[in-house]
Structure formats: C-alpha cells, structure tokens
Design a protein around this ligand. Structure first.
Ligand code: TRP
Ligand code: SF4
Length: 328
C-alpha cells in the first residue's frame, strides 16, 4: 500500500530553539518511517516580512537546513528541500490566487494579529495578505494528506482545506484536503517562564554552547515559592520541570518531583540533572552541526537532490491540475 504523504515547512527566520525542536522537529523526525515525508525551508514566506533584507534570509536558509539535518531529518528517508528551488510552488500559487476570495484571507486571525504586532516593517502588501495561499500551494502541490504543525498554524490549515475544496468543486477532484498532525507536547517555556520565543529573548538555542546551555538553565526561573532550600515547591508550575518532562527519564522525573514537593532536593541539584540530560541530548546535534560546517558542499548537495525530487512530484500534480482545469 502506498504511504500517506506528509508535508511541513519552517520559515528561515533565525536560530532554532528547544521549543522548535520539541514542538516540531522531533515530531518530523519521528514520523519519517511511517509516511512519505516532504520537509522544506520556506524562504519565500520569510520574504513576506523580510523583503527589505533578502541576504539575511539566504544565510538563515542554509542555517535552517543545517538544523534540519543535524536534528535527524534524513535525506535518505525524506525529501528535504528549499521552497525557492521548486518554482512550481509559485505557479500553483498564481492559480490558487485566482480562486481565493480576499475576504477569506482578511479573516485569518494571524493576518490582523501580525499586522498589529509588527510595527517596524511595512507589511501592508499583496504578498503578506497572500501568505496562506502560498502555504496552501506548498501543501497541496504534493497532494499531502497530513501537515505536522503547531496549534498556532491551525487557522492557516483551515484555509488550505477551504481553498483545496473550492478548487475541487470548481474544476474536479485533484487535491486531498490536508489535515493537521498536531504535536502533543504543550508549549515549551523559556528561561523566564513565558512561552519560549526568539522575540522574548528567553530561549535556549540549538546553536548555544554547552556552557551557555548550563548557564541559562542554572539561572532559569523555578517555582517562586521555593525561595529557600527548605521551602517546598510545586513542579507543575516550574518552567525547569517542564523541560525535565521532555529531557529526563521517568525515574528521574519521579525523583525530582517527589524531592521538589517535600523539599528533599534543592533547585540547584534538580537543575544539574536537567543540564546533563539536555547536554547529552543536544550533543549528537552539535556533533552533526560541526561535521556539516566543515563540509558546506554536502548541505547544498542535499538541497539540490531534494529539490529535484520535489520538482518531480510537484510537476506531476501540475500536469494533472492543468488537465483537470482544461488549460492544456
Ligand atoms: N507558516 C509556517 C511557519 O511560519 C511555514 C510554512 C510555509 C508551512 N509553508 C508551509 C508550514 C506549509 C506547513 C506547511 O513556520
Ligand atoms: Fe523546579 Fe526542580 Fe526547583 Fe522544583 S526543585 S522548583 S522542579 S527546579
């Protein structure tokens, strides 16, 4: 039986942090054996907000690709590529833009939110409004069944389903309606207890050195009730414990949480366990990064091979689509 198709992408908007790893990448890595997977760097999407400085996008694209591979995406299992190297996405985007009502786009919650949030750039553009149309093209050009995304992307996926449905209704059944594959892990918290995010400056990055990781975790916020070593704590409200849940074993979790509620363990010792586990989890990623940094050609070869494979799948869909529409 043919495997179902999965597609997902990430914008190259700078360094990746533990939240990206836990919330998305790990999931992408884990499902590689179960689906036919397409993973890509959405460099055109980064232009919607970063068009003033495309050079930065280029650098971040290479860096994101490096993170993909070092975190365990395997070019022998998955098709890993760069959006701008598969121009068929743009072609499908044009067609979809003809059938997508402007009202649908204006109603996407992230549209208004982002416009209010981003004050330092002019994003009152045609391209920014059309962000979800391009995203839809990314997905349905592979006739993908599932899209592993975080909960914040659900409104975008909803509009992708609507656009696919509208195409199928107008011209004939070509595109499956893509479904979200949600990650179960809750939002990862940063060192200050807020959601881990680049914009809050509270993130632990995959590119941080072991010393920086140690220092960030050792000064990370804990249950504020534990001012002294003898104060009892509640791990459920401690951001450090939330990281423990991801990086530590069941036995360690039991030991730490029992120690926390009974004041049997101090925050320093508790965090030392966490540091060790985070560092040993990241070590293979750091090693792989190191290896890739010394072989820049390898990365470009992967992008080139992956994009070629993606182009083949994309152009098959484009032919079917054009025939169904009666364009050829
Ligand atoms: N919008 C996604 C992000 O902000 C990136 C993205 C672009 C994407 N195209 C996609 C995600 C298609 C999933 C499927 O990171
Ligand atoms: Fe958090 Fe650990 Fe301190 Fe408890 S002991 S408050 S879980 S750091």
């Amino acid at each position: 039986m043919q495997q179902k198709r999965v597609l997902s992408g990430m914008q190259p908007s700078g360094k990746l942090h533990l939240g990206n790893l836990i919330g998305a990448l790990k999931n992408w890595v884990d499902i590689q054996d179960n689906y036919e997977c397409y993973y890509f760097v959405a460099d055109w999407h980064a232009l919607t907000t970063g068009y003033v400085n495309p050079k930065v996008i280029k650098e971040n694209t290479i860096d994101l690709l490096m993170n993909f591979i070092s975190a365990g995406l395997d070019p022998n299992k998955s098709t890993i590529f760069i959006q701008s190297m598969v121009p068929q996405h743009a072609e499908l985007h044009i067609i979809l833009s003809m059938i997508t009502p402007v009202g649908w786009l204006e109603r996407v919650p992230t549209y208004k939110e982002k416009q209010q949030e981003i004050q330092d750039k002019d994003i009152n553009t045609y391209g920014f409004l059309g962000y979800p149309v391009l995203q839809t093209a990314d997905i349905i050009i592979y006739r993908a069944n599932y899209v592993p995304v975080g909960i914040d992307q659900v409104p975008h996926l909803e509009i992708s389903r609507e656009i696919a449905r509208r195409f199928n209704y107008l011209y004939g059944e070509v595109f499956p309606e893509p479904e979200a594959l949600l990650t179960e892990f809750p939002k990862v918290l940063g060192v200050d207890g807020r959601k881990m995010s680049k914009s809050y400056d509270n993130a632990i990055y995959l590119s941080d050195s072991p010393d920086v990781v140690r220092q960030k975790i050792m000064t990370m916020m804990t249950d504020p009730a534990r001012k002294r070593r003898t104060d009892k704590g509640n791990p459920d409200i401690c951001p450090a414990y939330q990281l423990h849940k991801f990086f530590s074993s069941d036995d360690e979790l039991k030991q730490v949480s029992q120690g926390c509620v009974s004041a049997g363990i101090g925050c320093i010792d508790c965090k030392k366990i966490l540091v060790n586990n985070v560092v040993s989890r990241l070590q293979p990623i750091w090693d792989k990064r190191q290896e890739l940094t010394s072989k820049p050609d390898l990365l470009m070869d992967i992008a080139y091979e992956g994009s070629k494979r993606a182009q083949k799948a994309a152009s098959e869909t484009m032919s079917i689509m054009k025939e169904t529409m009666g364009l050829i």
